[in-house]
Design a protein around this ligand. Structure first.
Ligand code: PAN
Ligand code: ZN
Length: 191
């Protein structure tokens, strides 16, 4: 394993901007339109309003080797597709036995998690929340507020990202606006 020199990255809490990002990824509605329950509404927004930014990730570049600890910020913009709040794609780790830590920097989000053996969990995150994603739990974050939701993540370099399982099956639950409040409802299309 190569010896990496220690380094510090400055994190801007309200934007998620890093002082020296190794990569920046933007996910627009067109990248994930079919992940929202109301796909007709997603198509209408794309046709009439354009391809809005859903979230941006800024991270440091590290080799994908055992023991390295990649870290990044995620900024999810406020808004909804139909009733469903803006969210990340979500994933299982390819190596299911690898967990992760999230730390809330700005705004309010719900961290939706599930296992392949039927468990579900939704955790509330605000600035200052340290949320633990244990091994075996798929994870997706949802912006339930009306400002950007920004958080910091740290995971093990060889965890890997399995997006395909979620792209195929979705999550068991959706986070939607119901009676003026965010709410968790069953996903009728799950599986
Ligand atoms: C996070 C996520 C990040 C973006 O750093 O990768 O929030 O979400 P998606 O990867 O689901 O698009 C993480 O969980 N890394 O393992
Ligand atoms: Zn992860």
């Amino acid at each position: 394993m190569p010896l990496i020199a220690p380094f510090v990255t400055e994190v801007h809490f309200s934007s998620g901007v890093l002082s020296a990002p190794g990569y920046v990824i933007q996910r627009n509605l067109s990248d994930m339109a079919n992940m929202y329950a109301d796909s007709d509404e997603a198509a209408r927004i794309l046709a009439e309003d354009g391809d809005r930014l859903i979230y941006e990730v800024q991270g440091v570049d590290l080799p994908a080797e055992e023991g390295q600890l990649p870290h990044c910020t995620t900024r999810i913009t406020p808004g909804r597709i139909g009733a469903e709040f803006h969210m990340t794609k979500g994933h299982y780790h390819a190596r299911r036995e690898q967990g992760e830590v999230y730390f809330g920097l700005t705004g309010r989000g719900w961290l939706v998690m599930q296992t392949e053996t039927g468990e579900s969990s939704v955790q509330d995150m605000v600035a200052g929340s340290a949320a633990y994603v244990p091994p075996y739990w798929a994870h997706r974050t949802v912006n339930v507020g009306d400002e950007d939701f920004v958080f910091f993540s740290v995971w093990e370099a060889r965890a890997g990202h399995d997006y395909g399982t979620i792209e195929r099956d979705g999550f068991r639950v959706l986070v939607v606006m119901r009676d003026g409040q965010p709410a968790v409802v069953d996903n009728p299309k799950y599986g």
